[in-house]
Design a protein around this ligand. Structure first.
Ligand code: GAR
Length: 203
């Protein structure tokens, strides 16, 4: 249990899209319930590269500040390291964030950036492998199962140490949409808890 004297660990959630995983993270860490408060972790910032990303609405619902990032500054500037540090962020969670994370950010938050990938890495990872492209490839290859991988982010796409994997079946009549639904269910069930455990293991 965290007492009121110890500050909560501040995390930033980076997302480019609808934000269903970001919602689960905010629900888990930022709800006004004793169970949520006692975790001692809060989503303190939502970062997006898209001005119209659904995740921004969700952040507003939870009264979490947002930051829209600029491509030039992200890739050729300081990758917003100063802004993140000034906000007190000590851990970054990627939740459907589609830009590659620059080396400057990875070095500043070494071992403290995690990602969720909608397949069983090392298969179906790498550049261009996101969202429905992943599910379409899995279906085209007639894989009997797919799943999720939660991993530490390093400088190579989808390459870092695996923290957790879970599997689900792929059915012959699956479309990218039906498989995505099954994968999202797994993501929502596991991502917040794995993030919590990873942060607590680092304390
Ligand atoms: C999630 O399924 C996540 O695994 C995937 O994008 C989706 C975002 O959904 N990420 C990638 O494909 C990264 N390579 P959400 O916006 O509803 O959380």
């Amino acid at each position: 249990m965290t007492n009121s004297a110890s500050p909560r660990t501040k995390i930033a959630v980076f997302a480019s899209g609808a934000g269903s995983n970001a919602r689960k993270l905010m629900e888990y860490f930022n709800s006004n319930t004793p169970a949520s408060q006692e975790k001692g972790i809060e989503v303190a910032l939502v970062v997006s590269n898209k001005i119209d990303a659904g995740v921004l609405q969700i952040a507003a619902e939870y009264q979490v500040p947002t930051l829209i990032i600029d491509k030039e500054k992200f890739f050729r500037g300081n990758a917003y390291v100063d802004e993140l540090k000034q906000t007190g962020i000590s851990f970054i969670v990627l939740a459907g964030f589609l830009w590659k994370v620059p080396a400057a950010l990875i070095q500043a938050f070494s071992g403290s950036i995690v990602n969720i990938h909608p397949a069983l890495l090392p298969k179906y990872g790498g550049k261009g492998m996101y969202g429905n492209f992943v599910h379409e490839s899995v279906i085209a290859n007639k894989e009997p199962e797919s799943g999720i991988t939660i991993h530490v982010v390093d400088e190579v796409y989808d390459n870092g140490v695996h923290l957790f994997q879970a599997t689900c079946p792929v059915f012959p009549d699956d479309t990218a949409a039906t498989l995505a639904q099954r994968i999202h269910k797994l993501e929502h069930e596991h991502y917040p808890r794995v993030v919590e455990e990873t942060i607590k293991a680092k304390r």
